[in-house]
Design a protein around this ligand. Structure first.
Ligand code: ZN
Length: 336
């Protein structure tokens, strides 16, 4: 079962602490989005509760319940869309969410051997929620493990980090991912190659997307829309900003994902400009990217990438989405 994430250097570390039966009270899993932090956390929860002789087996009742999110002793809190209706518009993990798991931790395991609490997107803990969690981490209890997942540990208080054993998950290189997708998941070559680029080294994302063709169709439609916006006049660009801003209030994740597509596109233009065509993400648009790159100077491309990153940070900090997106549209450099 561990082979799902065998590429991670963290796995040997985890395995040896399990074998010695000496586990820290809390782990901090650090790595980019979709790199497999949640998979590793759930695998650890399985390893702790599985009843097979070589845990985690992945097949027993316990393992299957944990994988399906239905095990009473393994709980996840966070902001991802899977964590409740409100999550799409919420920006912080609240103190109430932390208190709820603290209350639960005070009761003995319901059906398992260990209670495992996973905090998804720990960088989103509100200050008071982080302080509340810290108190728990300072008073370790038997058979209770906390696993914090984060894309950016710098946003977490040092006091929290110092209470956790840190494990870093690194993205997989595109060439290796291409091989894994073909050999282990039987995904045919052109698709495996494209996914290995689009996933930015995150195997979980690549596998999910491979199994759902509508996700690739959706990406294509969004990309065509972006190309359309780049060719359009200011009125159409503002209409696009308006539509994105409206969507942001209902589903901020979908807008962030679309801005990631913008970022990939402009990074590709930059890579082509500096002669690194072989490193672009959108390999199915290689010809188009080469052609469009001729219309901009390298400094124009660099400057717009900076503007995009600024816009993404501002949206994260709850600036007015309409204003941020309109300014972004205004900053698109003119084509030759
Ligand atoms: Zn099992």
């Amino acid at each position: 079962m561990w082979q799902v994430v065998e590429r991670s250097r963290s796995v040997p570390l985890l395995k040896s602490s399990l074998e010695r039966g000496r586990l820290p009270n809390a782990y901090l899993l650090v790595g980019p989005a979709h790199v497999g932090k949640m998979t590793l956390a759930l695998t650890l929860a399985q390893a702790l509760n599985c009843e097979a002789s070589e845990p985690p087996c992945g097949e027993c009742n316990v393992c299957r319940k944990i994988a399906a999110g239905k095990h009473a002793d393994v709980q996840v809190i966070g902001l991802s869309p899977g964590n409740g209706k409100e999550a799409k518009t919420k920006t912080e993990i609240s103190i109430d969410q932390v208190r709820a798991i603290q209350h639960d931790a005070s009761l003995p395991p319901f059906e398992g051997k260990y209670k495992v609490f996973i905090v998804d997107g720990a960088e989103r803990l509100s200050n008071e929620a982080a302080n509340c969690l810290l108190k728990t981490l300072e008073e370790p209890a038997d058979k209770i493990i906390y696993i914090l997942l984060t894309t950016n540990e710098q946003l977490l208080p040092l006091t929290v980090i110092s209470r956790c054993q840190k494990l870093e998950l690194l993205p997989i290189a595109p060439e290796k991912m291409d091989t894994v997708l073909q050999e282990r998941w039987q995904i045919e070559s052109p698709k495996a190659k494209l996914l290995s680029r689009l996933s930015h080294g995150c195997l979980g994302w690549a596998v999910t997307t491979a199994q759902n063709d509508s996700l690739l169709d959706e990406r294509k439609a969004k990309l065509e829309n972006i190309i359309g916006v780049l060719n359009a006049g200011i009125t159409e660009r503002f209409a696009y900003a308006d539509q994105m801003a409206n969507r942001f209030s209902k589903d901020r994740h979908s807008v962030s994902d679309e801005l990631e597509l913008w970022l990939d596109w402009w990074r590709d233009l930059m890579l082509v400009k500096v002669g690194s065509d072989d490193r672009i993400t959108n390999i199915d648009y290689a010809k188009e990217i080469s052609r469009i790159a001729e219309d901009y100077t390298l400094s124009e491309i660099r400057l717009f990438i900076k503007k995009l990153q600024e816009a993404m940070t501002q949206l994260d900090k709850n600036a007015s989405p309409r204003l941020v997106l309109e300014v972004l549209m205004f900053n698109i450099p003119g084509r030759k």
